[in-house]
Design a protein around this ligand. Structure first.
Ligand code: UD1
Ligand code: CA
Length: 448
């Protein structure tokens, strides 16, 4: 059955103490909003609505970047969670099937949990995601009677007896879209906060003789982020799970606690990752590749049998083909290092193609930027680029060609040729000795 998702992202996030909207702070290399949007990536997704408020333009733009099909609606005044959901009504007009409400600051809700909630809709008109809280603190409490959820009471409005309940509200709800809009439209704001509470839809549904129920999840899954400390704790939790998952998937992590993954990192079975490696967004490492210690990878692909590092940086667009090697203090950006090619020491290769089995000597630089535009360097298969070559792009070095070390190469090199682009060496016999004798004599004269 079709399902729509409403993500509430209008909150001010004052406790982050930041100019940036809370939901754009990063977790695992992606904004919090991206995690909620990922939870919303369901097969039968009918419509995705993001409700924005504070920093709305910025949050809306980020949402559209992540998914161009998203409907962004504005809640200009934050009058409460029910009021926020109501803003999605025009965007969901005429939509069939269920709607699920997610919070953009609650990044860990799993697709399994969403599936369980959708299944529970067979039994209940309104399904709420709840959890047993170790410390229920200020969460809304779920008041149940057997299998039935009777109402949700906010901490501020709860009696002592209700505050003793440890079954808490995560905020995630699922109901038929039209019914949900009908219910949130009927919610009033006669409560301790003077807000329109989404949680009130439960008692409203019950009063209409509809059934409501709870699906349980782990407390860690409902973790919400309100402060930088909570964001840091969430990051630690995210990393712990990502490391465990990688190990489970057959990846060797030599020192798991020193490796940092992004939300979308893919590492294949039998890949080896050394200590202190950081994965930014958009990285795939194939089976059997090796990433040695102290590497930083982002937006790149490492093929089977390739070897990276130690101390290498792969930037967006770096593509390492099978068996390629990128060694210490090498930076690769927007470049294909083809099968069996080697860039082993102290080099920068950007906007380039290093052909199969080519060897790029130590200290080589593709001089790709003229201060305004970027230019490409094409290095042919089996070429041998001498150490310390400056390859001034746009440039082609033909297959099997060679450059003399220390050359500044400014024009194309034909296949199989040698290009020398440096001054010829001059040797002056005895010059050094005479030179230093002169300097020392001058100093002695001064001291006297
Ligand atoms: C809410 C629930 C509470 C639950 C808790 C779980 C209500 C009334 N209470 O409380 O039962 O235990 O979440 O974390 O729903 N938002 C808007 N517009 C608004 C108000 C809020 O978009 O006008 C968004 C916020 O950005 C946030 C989410 O809704 O993402 C929750 O709002 P928040 O004010 O944090 O609710 P809580 O008081 O934590
Ligand atoms: Ca909250």
């Amino acid at each position: 059955m079709a399902v729509s998702i409403i993500i509430l992202a209008a909150g001010q996030g004052t406790r982050m103490n930041s100019e940036r909207p809370k939901v754009l702070h990063a977790l695992g290399g992606a904004p919090l909003l991206a995690h909620a949007m990922r939870t919303a990536e369901l097969e039968a997704l009918e419509r995705l609505v993001v409700v924005v408020g504070h920093g709305g333009a910025e949050v809306g733009a980020a949402a559209r970047d992540l998914n161009p099909d998203v409907a962004v609606v504005e809640q200009s005044e934050q009058l409460g969670t029910a009021h926020a959901v109501l803003q999605a009504a025009p965007a969901l007009k005429g939509v069939k099937g269920d709607a699920i409400v997610l919070y953009a600051d609650t990044p860990f809700i799993s697709s399994d949990t969403i599936a369980a909630m959708r299944r529970a809709r067979d039994r209940h008109a309104v399904v709420v995601l709840g959890f047993q809280a170790a410390d229920p603190a200020r969460y809304g409490r779920l008041v149940t009677d057997g299998e039935t959820l009777e109402r949700i009471v906010e901490f501020k409005d709860a009696t002592e007896e209700e505050r003793a309940i440890t079954l808490c509200n995560s905020g995630v709800v699922c109901a038929d879209a039209a019914l949900l809009m009908d219910l949130v439209g009927s919610v009033g704001n006669d409560n301790a906060a003077g807000e329109y509470y989404l949680t009130d839809i439960v008692s409203l549904a019950r009063a209409r003789g509809l059934s409501a129920g709870v699906v349980l999840c782990d407390e860690a899954e409902t973790l919400g982020i309100n402060t930088r400390a909570e964001l840091a704790a969430a990051e630690a939790g995210f990393q712990a799970r990502a490391r465990a998952e990688a190990l489970e998937n057959g990846v060797t992590l030599i020192a798991p606690e020193t490796i940092f993954f992004a939300y979308d990192t893919v590492v294949g079975r039998d890949a080896i990752v050394g200590p202190n490696v950081v994965f930014g967004p958009g990285v795939t490492v194939e089976s059997g590749a090796e990433i040695r210690a102290f590497c930083h990878l982002e937006g790149c692909h490492v093929s089977q049998g390739a070897m990276v590092g130690p101390f290498a940086r792969l930037r967006p667009g770096a593509e390492l083909a099978e068996g390629a090697r990128v060694g210490n203090f090498v930076e690769i950006k927007d470049a294909l290092v083809d099968a069996g090619a080697k860039v082993n020491h102290l080099s920068y290769v950007g906007n380039a193609h290093v052909g199969e089995r080519a060897n790029v000597g130590a200290g080589t630089v593709t001089v790709n930027y003229d201060g305004v535009n970027k230019h490409r360097t094409e290095i042919g298969a089996g070429a041998f680029v001498g150490s310390g070559t400056m390859l001034v792009a746009p440039l082609r070095v033909g297959a099997g060609a060679m450059t003399a070390s220390g050359s500044v190469i400014t024009s194309d090199v034909p296949a199989d040729a040698l290009a020398v682009g440096r001054a010829r060496q001059v040797v002056k016999e005895g010059f050094a000795r005479r030179f230093f004798e002169k300097l020392r004599a001058a100093r002695r004269d001064k001291e006297v």
